[in-house]
Design a protein around this ligand. Structure first.
Ligand SMILES: Cc1cc2nc3c(=O)[nH]c(=O)nc-3n(C[C@H](O)[C@H](O)[C@H](O)COP(=O)(O)O)c2cc1C
Length: 169
């Protein structure tokens, strides 16, 4: 059974919408602050992530004409470079992606869709993609997504504790 060691909440945001949701999620995650980090995609360096069982949660909006926000574009390029140079897929690490966009735009949620496709090439696990559409979704969908992520982490925490206990029986 897998054990989560560190949880990274990674966002890319222009106007602060996905950043705000990232902060809310960070506050709600039922684990000690030493085991969770909140950072921009530009500040996230996968090759330096020594935790082989990390959980990555991406919240990425789209700007311009289907582009990554400024605080995510370098991180995106770094990940793309990483995927080109890797020899085999990474197992164990699990991830979720939440894309923020507006379907009135031609390239709806383009950046989060690109990121998700890339992560599927980098990791063995298939992950999960949720899209939030400014044009039709209200806060309910965001709350539901947060609740599902919190449940996912709680389940992993439960398994972690249970594994630890069973070592002594
Ligand atoms: C200048 C501008 C360009 C945008 N371009 C796109 C786009 O190409 N595709 C899309 O799905 N949404 C687009 N959006 C919508 C944003 O992605 C959406 O409002 C999102 O919730 C913003 O989140 P953020 O504040 O975290 O950046 C654009 C918004 C603005 C203001």
């Amino acid at each position: 059974m897998t054990v989560p060691s560190h949880i990274y909440i990674i966002y890319g945001s222009t106007e602060g919408h996905s950043e705000k949701v990232a902060h809310t999620l960070h506050d709600k995650l039922p684990i000690s602050s030493s085991r969770k980090s909140l950072l921009t995609l530009n500040d996230f360096i996968l090759s330096e992530c020594k935790d082989t069982e990390a959980r990555l949660i991406f919240l990425i909006s789209t700007t311009g004409d289907g582009e990554f926000p400024e605080n995510a574009v370098l991180g995106w390029k770094r990940l793309r470079e990483f995927s080109r140079n890797m020899s085999s897929k990474i197992s164990q690490i699990e991830y979720r992606v939440c894309g923020f966009g507006d379907s009135n735009y031609r390239n709806f949620c383009h950046s989060s869709k690109c990121l998700y496709r890339l992560l599927q090439r980098v990791f063995v696990n298939q992950g999960d993609l949720t899209l939030i559409d400014d044009a039709i979704d209200d806060d309910t969908k965001i709350s539901q997504w947060i609740t599902s992520v919190v449940s996912w982490i709680k389940e992993l925490e439960y398994n972690r504790r249970w594994n630890w206990i069973t070592r002594f029986i």
